[in-house]
Design a protein around this ligand. Structure first.
Ligand code: DC
Length: 221
């Protein structure tokens, strides 16, 4: 079974997707795997930077993406033998990932990896186009949204950014504009996708709402 979740950054979708994967058991009695598709774009970006390839160069970045040794082991993303997840939110990766993710053939490479990782599994997959392009027939499809102000506040309160609230808000708006205007895989609410505005909800409330709708899997008490 596939549960697909999309939405812009700062809506709590990674936390919620992880919570669902940890707590749900499929109809077949097997657990769920959590797959963060943004991490695949980030790992390709990291690999490009390490090899001196400009992540904005469509040809160079695609050449690298096609041979990048992306492997999912133990639910963690590896580049070859190296577990790279702790490196994926570095500032240099953060800056370059958005333009790289707009390169259409690279999207096809990532989509292939995500489908391959999820094949035959119960999986919670999250990103920007999981509900529309990659798994349009997923059993459950959700879109989590929140106002820019609220998302900026959440990021500010994490204490990891050195920017002030206004600057965070501006950078979120810029990232949204790129994500919503891609040639392919743009961020949008697809037909039939359940949309939830999380601006005034806690994570627990969002989780409870989603669990209430996922009736074909059982959750831990
Ligand atoms: O979710 P995230 O911030 O880690 O995603 C990193 C970048 O990749 C972000 O610019 C959006 C993009 N992305 C995408 O285009 N499609 C996806 N399915 C997931 C992420």
């Amino acid at each position: 079974m596939i549960i697909a979740i999309d939405g812009p950054a700062g809506t709590g979708k990674s936390t919620i997707a992880k919570m669902l994967a940890e707590n749900l058991t499929g109809k077949d009695g097997r657990p769920f795997t959590y797959i963060n598709s943004g991490n695949l774009y980030r790992a390709i970006t990291l690999g490009c930077l390490r090899q001196g390839i400009d992540p904005r160069d469509p040809k160079g970045a695609l050449d690298y993406a096609q041979k990048a040794p992306l492997v999912y082991k133990g639910g963690r993303l590896h580049l070859g033998d190296e577990m790279v997840e702790p490196l994926l939110h570095r500032d240099d990766v953060d800056r370059a990932v958005s333009p790289l993710s707009a390169i259409v053939p690279i999207r096809h490479v990532v989509n292939g990896h995500v489908r391959q990782i999820a094949r035959g599994l119960n999986a919670v997959v999250e990103g920007r186009d999981m509900t529309t392009v990659v798994f349009p027939r997923a059993e459950y499809r959700f879109y989590l949204d929140a106002s820019i102000r609220e998302r900026a506040k959440r990021r500010f309160n994490q204490g990891v950014s050195r920017l002030n609230l206004e600057a965070i808000e501006k950078s979120i708006a810029e990232r949204d504009a790129i994500d919503r205007n891609k040639e392919e895989g743009s961020l949008m609410v697809g037909p039939g996708v359940i949309c939830l505005d999380t601006s005034d909800l806690t994570l627990t409330e969002v989780y409870a709402k989603l669990i209430g709708m996922i009736t074909e899997a059982s959750s831990k008490p």
